[in-house]
Design a protein. Structure first.
Length: 98
């Protein structure tokens, strides 16, 4: 039996009440396996998911829906020393991360 997380879609409903992802460059800190990423990425301009968990990032990369592959990327990084220039993102998202 497969465990289904948030089958009612509550996470997405709440998330969209607090943030506008439409045509925004999003940094998702602690993206894990991308489970939350897919809930908002369709309307975003670009998404970068970062995490320190290499196996989870591998799952996220493999399971990226085909239509999102051109605009969603995952890298192994912490949020303190991002390998990117400042002010690159419109929105940073941190959910379910320590």
């Amino acid at each position: 039996m497969t465990v289904q997380k948030d089958p009612e879609g509550t996470e997405k409903k709440i998330l969209l009440q607090f943030a506008d992802f439409n045509q925004r460059k999003i940094l998702e800190i602690g993206c894990g396996d991308g489970r939350l990423t897919w809930k908002y990425a369709k309307t975003a301009e670009r998404v970068l998911g970062i995490d320190l968990d290499a196996p989870a990032l591998q799952i996220a990369s493999i399971e990226t829906p085909t239509d999102l592959r051109p605009k969603v990327n995952f890298i192994r990084s912490d949020s303190i020393k991002l390998p990117l220039r400042s002010n690159f993102f419109d929105t940073a998202l941190l959910a379910w991360s320590l």
